[in-house]
Write a protein that binds this ligand. Structure first.
Ligand SMILES: [Zn+2]
Length: 365
């Protein structure tokens, strides 16, 4: 009895502290996810208002993939055309294009990739150019450059190949000549270069994704990489470039606007950065209004369920709704409420204007 009496108060205290949230200090940032009590109109948007072209998608095994399942998911989203940026080159690319042609010739566009192994070796540039020309002949309709250019690609002497390396110039010129766009991802969010502390907006992403942290020597300062990319854009004014992920300036739209003003050959897409737009709906709407001919729809990771956030930010005037990845955004989203004529440009018209061989009859006027 004495034993029970002494234990009881401790037990009761424990219950009270839990119910009152006194142990909140034990809860990590990742766990804290309060249910919003705000009551405002909701327009869950599972399907885009217009058929759209997703210019930033990756399907790694398209050569042997059963495309039926993919098409089913695309149809639900109203994705009329998927651009598979992971086309590879040579035989591997040919197999992907053949699978598409045999089953859904109008629903997929395949971009080629450069094999950067051996840059600087005698004849490397000529070989890369010839390979790309062949890939385009075999059905590639664009070129995708991954962030390894700038980050990890080394030449035959072991030096980092910069994004504006002149040994790559003939590749960009060929794309201009052939009329195919280059979608290029350079660097990563600037926060990856910043101290990993309580001030860093990408703190959670860095600590949960080993290997994303960068520094001024690993491999170079953020601004250096971005400047290399912009110099390369300016050096090839007759080539259309699509700067992936809003060129990592989605959180600084006035700078992105200046960049687009300076470089009329550059377009951009918002893959993986919709949360940046969803936290500044007024500035973002103004940006989309001013640069409505330069923005394309891109998503990057193929998770069909996540597209609804994109549609809702673009199409609705909804307020304070959730994003799907806390490590990208611990804040809520707001809709930009874009008018139909701008939505049409972003969803398909701009893609139709710079990516060849998409059947225009699949889209409204
Ligand atoms: Zn990507």
């Amino acid at each position: 009895m004495t034993r029970l009496l002494t234990l009881f108060p401790v037990f009761a205290l424990a219950i009270v502290t839990t119910a009152c949230g006194q142990n909140a200090s034990d809860m990590g940032f990742e766990k804290y996810n309060p249910t919003s009590t705000l009551k405002v109109p909701e327009h869950i948007t599972l399907r885009a208002k217009y058929p759209f072209v997703d210019v930033h998608n990756h399907q790694w095994n398209m050569g042997s993939q059963d495309l039926d399942k993919l098409i089913k998911d695309m149809d639900q989203l109203n994705m009329q055309v998927m651009v598979n940026l992971s086309g590879d080159n040579g035989n591997s690319l040919e197999r992907k294009v053949e699978n598409v042609k045999a089953h859904y010739p109008k629903r997929f566009i395949v971009f080629a990739n450069i094999d950067f192994d051996g840059v600087g070796r005698e004849g490397w540039t000529e070989k890369a150019v010839a390979q790309l020309a062949e890939d385009v002949q075999h059905g590639a309709n664009g070129l995708k450059i991954f962030k390894n250019l700038g980050f990890s690609v080394k030449d035959n002497k072991g030096n980092r190949v910069t994004v504006d390396d002149s040994r790559l110039d003939p590749i960009w010129d060929l794309c201009g000549k052939l009329g195919i766009p280059v979608l290029i991802h350079t660097a990563d969010p600037k926060s990856f270069w910043d101290p990993v502390d309580e001030h860093n907006e990408r703190w959670l992403e860095i600590i949960t994704h080993q290997g994303r942290k960068r520094s001024d020597t690993d491999p170079a300062p953020w601004q250096t990489l971005i400047d290399e990319q912009h110099r390369m854009f300016k050096k090839h004014p007759n080539t259309h470039f699509i700067a992936a992920h809003f060129g990592w300036y989605a959180n600084d739209l006035s700078t992105l606007g200046k960049m687009l003003d300076e470089m009329p050959n550059v377009y951009t897409e918002f893959g993986a950065v919709i949360a940046e737009l969803g936290r500044q709906p007024i500035a973002a709407r103004a940006f989309f209004t001013k640069y409505q001919d330069r923005i394309l729809f891109g998503k990057d990771s193929w998770v069909p369920d996540e597209y609804k956030t994109y549609f809702r930010v673009l199409e609705t005037a909804d307020e304070y709704f959730p994003y799907h990845k806390k490590y990208h955004a611990f804040w809520a989203m707001y809709g930009m409420n874009l008018p139909d004529d701008i939505l049409k440009k972003v969803y398909y018209k701009n893609a139709l204007s710079i990516i060849p061989n998409i059947d225009k009859s699949m889209f409204p006027e």
